[in-house]
Structures are given as C-alpha cells and as structure tokens.
Write a protein that binds this ligand. Structure first.
Ligand SMILES: CC(=O)[C@@H](O)[C@H](O)COP(=O)(O)O
Ligand SMILES: NCC(=O)COP(=O)(O)O
Length: 247
C-alpha cells in the first residue's frame, strides 16, 4: 500500500508569518527520503497554503511523483497542463470551507468532468476523482473515463461514535470493491491519522492513502521522518494482518 504525503499544512505554518520556513520544498524532499511514495499538494483557488511557486519548484525536484489536487476550473486546468504532474486529483472546493467537505459531484456534472478528464489524459496526466463512496458517483467516475478514484474518508474520520464509524467504513469497503470490479484504481484519503488508519489500510482494494494534516501535526512533535515511519509501519501491519485473516 502506497503513502502519499500531503504537504499543504507545511505551507499553512509558513504562511502564518510570511516567512520562507518551514519550506514545503524541503518537506517534500524529506518525505520522499523517509518513505513517502508520492507527494500530494492542493493548489487551492484561494492559495491559502500551497502557492503556485511551491508547485513549480517541487515538480522540478521530486524523485517519486506529484499528485496535484485541484478544483474543476479553467485556471487550474491551465496550471496542470503547464506543470505536468504525474497525477491530478480533481476535488471540489468552496472558498468558505475550512477543509474539503464532500466529494466531487460527478453525477451532477458529467460533461464537465469528462471534458477535464479527456484534456488531462491527452496531456499524459493520470486523473483521479475525489469522490464519496457512493455507487452512483463511482459508476459515473468510470463512465467519464477516470482511471483512478480517491474515496473521501472524511465522514469515517469525523464519525463521533462506533456505529457511525462502522457504517462509513462499510460504505468505503463496498465502494472500493465496486470500483475495483469496474477496473478503477482505488485510493483513499482525508482525515486519516495514526489512530484511525488501520481499518482503511486493511481494505485490500485500496492501493494508496493520501494523508496530510495529521502527519504534519504529528511531525511537530516527532519530526516528519518519524511521523512517516510510524504511519507506514501501521499501514504495513494492517495490510499484513488483513492478508493473514483473508488466508
Ligand atoms: C481533498 C482532500 O481531502 C485534501 O487533500 C485537501 O487537500 C484538503 O484540503 P486542505 O489541505 O486545504 O485541508
Ligand atoms: N486527499 C486527501 C489528502 O491529500 C490529505 O487529506 P488530510 O490528511 O490532510 O485530511
């Protein structure tokens, strides 16, 4: 199972004082050196954390691959076609949101999503759609030609009781299975941390987890290398246990 380290909130800390540190570029290189399989960064329309210069600089030096998260806008499409990240993940954005809330509504804007998927694929960029684990959204993602989806784990992560968490986990598991049956590559992310990642990591259809906020928070106390090491250890242990249980 792959770990995508989202470095958005290194930029949040930097921007808090308008300094040059902590550097998202340094964070990306350190993360790669210490186990990140890819680097994820979200160039938001309001540039509240990652800036255009961060994306351009980091793309030049990454040794793994860049997963650029972006909204479904002409501005962001133009950026992606210039930057040429290996992966683009199309995510919904609302300026007033604190963080990403729901998944992308593919069902309600098929033609627009299909247009962006086509243009990005023609540019040689692999496209992922950040969607809720909803059968209609998963089927629509497949129908618009996206090769990859990222299942939104926010409702699972935010669940405030075991019943809700179990319900959301079951939704994600069923969504991952449906997506895999359709031939989609299945990733997951949002709100995952060292304490809630195990059940998600045990889902064999999920190939990659994108984790940011909790990792960067943990790195304040442990350092980024150790935070990544611990997360990868927990993910690996979860996967090994699941494999044993599946026999
Ligand atoms: C799509 C998603 O869940 C995150 O990758 C996204 O980057 C969250 O936005 P913030 O990083 O701005 O919280
Ligand atoms: N797509 C999810 C991601 O990149 C990181 O989300 P979070 O861990 O910062 O909530």
């Amino acid at each position: 199972m792959l770990l995508g380290v989202n470095i958005d909130h290194v930029a949040t800390l930097r921007n808090a004082r308008g300094t040059t540190y902590p550097s998202p570029l340094e964070a990306a290189l350190l993360a790669e050196t210490h186990g990140a399989d890819l680097i994820t960064l979200h160039l938001r329309e309001d540039r509240r954390h990652i800036k255009d210069a961060d994306v351009a600089l980091i793309k030049q030096v990454l040794k793994t691959r860049m997963n650029l998260e972006m909204a479904l806008t002409e501005e962001m499409l133009a950026h992606a076609l210039v930057i040429q990240p290996e992966d683009v993940c199309l995510v919904p954005e609302k300026r007033e949101e604190v963080t990403t809330e729901g998944g992308l509504d593919v069902v309600g804007q098929r033609k627009k999503v299909a247009k962006y998927v086509k243009k990005l694929k023609e540019a040689g960029i692999r496209v992922s759609l950040f969607i809720d684990a909803d059968a209609d959204q998963i089927i629509a993602a497949h129908e618009v030609g996206a090769p990859v989806i990222e299942l939104h784990t926010g409702a699972y992560a935010d669940a405030d009781n075991h019943e809700k968490q179990a319900y959301e986990l079951a939704r994600i598991a069923a969504g991952a299975e449906l997506a895999a049956e359709l031939g989609l590559v299945v990733n997951a992310g949002h709100g995952l941390n060292i304490h809630n990642v195990t059940p998600i990591a045990q889902l064999s259809h999920i190939r990659e987890l994108n984790i940011g906020h909790a990792l960067i928070a943990q790195s304040v106390f442990l350092g980024l290398p150790e935070a990544i090491r611990q997360m990868k250890e927990v993910m690996h242990r979860a996967r090994t246990l699941a494999a044993i249980q599946e026999g």
